[in-house]
Write a protein that binds this ligand. Structure first.
Ligand SMILES: [Ca+2]
Ligand SMILES: [Ca+2]
Length: 573
């Protein structure tokens, strides 16, 4: 069967317009193109930006680190003192005598608050004579009876909050799960690692744009689209992975029967989730702050061909593709936010070969409110379904036994869809959105912007970014170990939601992505044996793969949200 369903194909209305329409109908704030429009980059400056990108790829790490200042400590007026004689008896004459002598020697008025472990006492200095706490501690240390003295101070749970203006919205799905149950716990994770420029994440998609909030994070990719009618760039395969737009002109019909549609800028949107320039005071924050993103262009007008997609995936991971120079900067993580049909022997072999080379493949489960689609259903792939900010599986998201884990992808929890006369009319508590970099152009690119997106397309790069962070912590992790750590550290779906119903056991993977827990476990992964966990025989052959793949993007979902949400919603069971 071909991917024809392609009912989900990027559809006939541009994401921006859909987002605006959804906003108007559902009363959602701020997702017009105006709310975050960024200045367009001219063609000439694009070229220079692109040329300097790889040379300066390592720069963001140090620059970001430099901007993250260390806030001044908050002191309490108390001091932790370790006595040289080892005594911490309080209230005895010996103790009182010792205190009086220290007071006399230092000129400080002291009292004991309580004893501490290791022959220490917590003292209060009642009059520090205006000296700062570190100076007071230094004076205490100069007394011969004092072995050590340190000012007591407040310690904070470490949450990293990047200064990108959109993070205020993004924290709903990237911040603390104590605030939003579905959030990926990245603020805490970023205190463990913000990623490494040594890690390359390939985005196998529609190519990329020189969006100013993406520039500097990219390494050279490749255009794998072999057919000119699909590539829309006037030629076949070449070194330029720019996205010229995948619009279908008025009057044209795709092989799946769909008609005119605006450009999706899907590859840029997906790449921005895992690799936008972060903590630059502009635009959005990404999951990984330092890894480099490699655009591998396989999808154009009317979608992607399996033959191009498999070649692109193999090249991304450093495998040889005839007629194409080997990838000089092979990716350790390959993100595939498109697909369709069921896993064929061709896709399975590509995944097996990538896994055997130590490459982690992450794929979106799809948005058909049905079974997991290829390549996410191949063995050895980290298959990602989506949940809304409240942690419930999104009503559009595909689920099934192949799902590895769930990550934020916007939408509406499956049990929260409000249905009136068999038509979805809203979402209890409101829909969730993922903020993504995009472009206002309906055909070719025009002005850069930021739009709200939904779909497993944006859940997968959430996981790919976390995998890149894990590899920054432990570069030796195998694909099987990464999978095991993600599963072991996933949080349970919230009680009473779709995935916790007994009829849905085993459909939603191990649970919700928790970046902090994954990074905490990354240094000591479980033993998993061979990196390659499957053979082609495991795939069962599969009848899919013959048709075109299509990016899974917001457009479709918003369309269904407006006109067919009810019919697209899975039965709750
Ligand atoms: Ca080309
Ligand atoms: Ca940014």
């Amino acid at each position: 069967m071909s991917y024809a369903t392609l009912k989900f194909r990027k559809a006939s209305i541009a994401p921006v317009m859909l987002a605006m329409a959804a906003s108007a109908l559902l009363g959602l704030p701020g997702i017009s193109r105006a709310d975050a429009a960024m200045p367009a980059t001219s063609a000439s400056t694009s070229a220079s930006t692109s040329a300097s990108a790889s040379a300066s790829a390592a720069a963001p790490a140090s620059a970001a680190a430099a901007r993250i200042g260390r806030p001044a400590p908050r002191y309490t007026g108390n001091y932790i003192v370790r006595w040289r004689d080892g005594s911490q008896t309080i209230g005895t004459s010996a103790d009182t005598t010792r205190m009086r002598r220290v007071e006399s020697n230092t000129g400080l008025a002291l009292s004991v608050r309580r004893p501490m472990a290791n022959a220490m006492q917590l003292l209060t200095v009642k009059d520090s004579r205006g000296d700062d706490p570190e100076t007071v501690a230094r004076r205490l240390r100069q007394d011969p009876r004092v072995a050590d003295a340190v000012p007591d101070r407040w310690l904070q749970l470490h949450d990293t909050v990047p200064n990108d203006p959109d993070f205020a919205t993004q924290s709903l799905y990237m911040g603390s799960p104590a605030v939003t149950p579905g959030a990926a716990n990245l603020s805490r994770a970023w205190d463990r690692s913000r990623g490494s420029a040594n890690v390359v994440i390939a985005v196998v998609d529609t190519g990329y744009l020189d969006h100013p909030d993406l520039a500097g994070r990219l390494v050279a990719g490749y255009d794998f689209i072999s057919t000119t009618s699909v590539s829309v760039d006037g030629d076949g395969r070449d070194t330029d992975a720019h996205d010229p737009g995948d619009y279908v002109p008025s009057g044209s019909t795709c092989p799946d029967g769909s008609g005119a549609s605006d450009s999706s800028w899907h590859g840029t949107r997906v790449a921005s989730v895992l690799g936008a320039v972060t903590n630059n005071g502009s635009g959005i924050a990404a999951v990984d702050w330092n890894a480099r993103t490699q655009p591998v262009r396989v999808s154009g007008r009317c979608g992607a061909l399996l033959s191009d997609t498999v070649d692109g995936m193999r090249w991304a991971g450093g495998l040889t593709v005839p007629g194409v120079p080997n990838n000089p900067t092979p990716a350790k993580v390959v993100n595939v936010s498109l697909g369709g049909g069921t896993c064929s022997s061709i896709e399975q072999q590509a995944v097996n070969d990538l896994n055997a080379a130590g490459v982690i493949v992450v794929a979106a489960a799809g948005n058909s409110a049905g079974a997991v689609e290829a390549p996410a259903d191949c063995t050895g792939v980290i298959a990602v379904t989506a949940h809304a900010n409240d942690g419930e599986n999104a009503s559009f998201a595909n689920v099934g036994p192949q799902v590895t884990i769930s990550a934020p992808g916007g939408g509406c929890g499956n049990s929260k869809v409000i249905v009136t006369n068999n038509v979805a009319t809203g979402c209890t508590g409101g829909q969730s959105f993922i903020r993504t970099l995009s472009n206002a152009g309906t055909a070719g690119p025009t002005s850069y912007n930021i739009i709200s997106s939904q779909g497993t397309s944006f859940s997968a790069p959430m996981v790919s970014g976390v995998v890149a962070l894990m590899l920054a912590v432990n570069p030796a992790l195998t694909p099987a170990q990464v999978t095991a750590v993600l599963k072991n550290t996933a949080r349970a779906h919230p009680a009473g939601t779709y995935c916790t119903r007994s009829a849905n056991t085993g459909k939603c993977g191990a649970g919700l992505l928790d970046a902090d827990a994954a990074l905490a476990a990354a240094p000591n992964p479980p033993s998993t044996g061979s990196a390659s966990t499957s053979t082609a025989a495991d795939s069962g052959g599969g009848g899919g793969g013959g048709g075109a793949f299509s990016p899974w993007s917001a457009a479709v979902l918003l369309v269904t949200g407006l006109v067919g949400f009810g019919t697209r919603r899975r039965p709750l069971r």
